[in-house]
Design a protein around this ligand. Structure first.
Ligand SMILES: [Zn+2]
Length: 481
């Protein structure tokens, strides 16, 4: 939220025309990424043939590969490489009492106002931020109403253009369902989880009992979460259905801040290892902490509209397990045998959204270059997250070439995710592979029949090497691992 302060400072230091140019090129970039994502099968708007469904996106053939690679990378860093962290996959539905204990049924809300002319709902903190007023969703109803009243004359309804808004009210973000509720009125709602970490907290004692993990240790989970966002926006950045990657790390109260610093450092390294450019990343401290939090920092990424949250690393004290001790009536404490000490563990967490990472890596990798007087669009994705690693392209569709090329494709496919493409000119096929970020294109031509070699083209340098087919798997493995 408070990144706006920094952004405002940055904007104020430029003159008016720079500001306009800057904003324009940023929204151009956004449009280009959304358009490429659709054109090449990364991300589709939900339910498109039925006019869409706001706040939900579908990941296409390239998107699902990219997404899986990002999730696997996270899992590798957060579970596989760590002896002190284990995984979990808890259900999306949980006992509704969990959301009462966690404070979500009461406090998980955004400030909303409604246009009295056309009933359009606006998210007030975001609208205020757009006109340069610092606001956030944690403000009390009185605070935000006061700010809103002071600025009413500057805020127009985006639909009808009038300035006739209701008072600001808190709107709860939990999504209700009627699962297991067989009452007429549906007055016993179960919720679709608003975050994945609650499933981790309520399984803390199960994990301790079943694995004998000793503090400090962590539980990691990747899964979907749902929020009734009033105005979903900014492409994959703020949706109603999204996927989280969260790790909750349980510590002795005295170790909390020491472990917190270690986790911050570790997450920074992991994010860089994803191939994001360091100049597009920064740390941002939370100005307004929730009452129980010890410290909270976000890793921010330079999205097309400026720096904004990519993931949070937060020190949460003993709030979560205390709440669930009280809510369930079962003390969620930990017994340290060596010290003969019983206490409620403190928690530090790392929490990020898969969609935000997909967006960030697409934004980071998107490159336009002039090559021989023509524009080339290329996704310079880190090789380990590129959806397709190798494309096999026979120079001609004739059986003479396509048969051995297909055989080569089958052989490579055993080792890497590959594509076989024989349609259109070789130039167009290169361009297609550039746009999905395929690191290597292998061209099988008529000479290949004679010299048992193929041409391997590097995505970034466009340099071509002639490689013996027998040596090809080794050549690619060396470069892709
Ligand atoms: Zn209106």
């Amino acid at each position: 939220m408070n990144k706006k302060e920094q952004d405002n400072k940055n904007l104020n230091s430029q003159n008016e025309s720079d500001k306009i140019l800057n904003l324009q090129s940023k929204s151009d970039k956004m449009e280009k990424i959304v358009s490429l994502a659709k054109r090449r099968g990364f991300v589709f708007p939900s339910s498109e043939i039925y006019g869409g469904f706001a706040g939900v996106y579908d990941f296409g053939p390239m998107g699902v590969e990219l997404e899986n690679n990002i999730k696997n990378h996270w899992w590798k860093w957060m579970v596989q490489k760590r002896r002190d962290i284990v995984g979990l996959d808890s259900g999306i539905f949980m006992n509704p009492k969990i959301w009462e204990a966690s404070g979500h049924t009461k406090g998980f809300s955004d400030p909303m106002a409604e246009c009295k002319e056309c009933n359009t709902r606006i998210r007030v903190d975001k609208i205020l931020e757009e006109i340069g007023i610092i606001a956030d969703e944690k403000m009390s109803e009185e605070e935000i109403n006061k700010l809103f009243d002071e600025n009413r004359d500057k805020i127009k309804c985006s639909k009808c253009g009038k300035k006739n808004f209701s008072k600001v009210q808190k709107f709860n973000l939990l999504v209700q369902s009627n699962l297991g509720d067989f009452t007429e009125k549906g007055d016993n709602p179960a919720y679709l989880r608003g975050e994945t970490c609650q499933g981790i907290y309520v399984n803390f004692s199960n994990v301790v009992d079943s694995t004998h993990m000793k503090l400090p240790f962590g539980i990691a989970q990747i899964g979907k979460a749902f929020r009734n966002e009033i105005s979903p926006r900014q492409f994959l950045f703020r949706g109603r259905e999204f996927e989280q990657m969260e790790m909750q790390y349980f510590t002795h109260p005295e170790d909390e801040m020491k472990e917190y610093e270690k986790l911050k450092e570790y997450r920074w390294k992991a994010v860089l290892d994803l191939g994001l450019r360091e100049e597009n990343l920064r740390w941002k401290k939370h100005e307004n902490l929730v009452f129980y939090a010890k410290d909270a920092w976000d890793i921010e990424y330079n999205f097309p509209w400026g720096f904004d949250e990519l993931e949070g690393v937060h020190a949460r004290g003993n709030y979560d397990l205390t709440q669930h001790s009280e809510g369930s009536g079962k003390t969620q404490d930990y017994y340290d045998q060596e010290k003969n000490e019983r206490f409620i563990p403190h928690i530090i967490e790392s929490s990020g959204g898969v969609g935000r990472y997909v967006f960030a890596v697409l934004n980071d990798a998107y490159t336009e270059e002039e090559v021989n007087g023509e524009m080339r669009v290329v996704l310079k994705l880190d090789k380990k997250i590129a959806p397709v690693k190798v494309a096999v392209l026979p120079l001609s569709k004739k059986d003479e070439l396509s048969k051995p090329a297909l055989e080569l494709f089958e052989k490579l496919n055993e080792n890497f995710i590959c594509q076989y493409d024989e349609t259109q000119s070789i130039g167009k096929r290169y361009r297609r592979q550039d746009e999905i970020g395929t690191p290597y294109c292998v061209t099988f031509d008529f000479d290949s029949l004679e010299d048992n070699s193929v041409t391997v083209r590097d995505r970034d340098t466009m340099q071509q090497d002639r490689i013996k087919i027998d040596e090809l798997v080794g050549y690619l493995k060396e470069r892709l691992s």
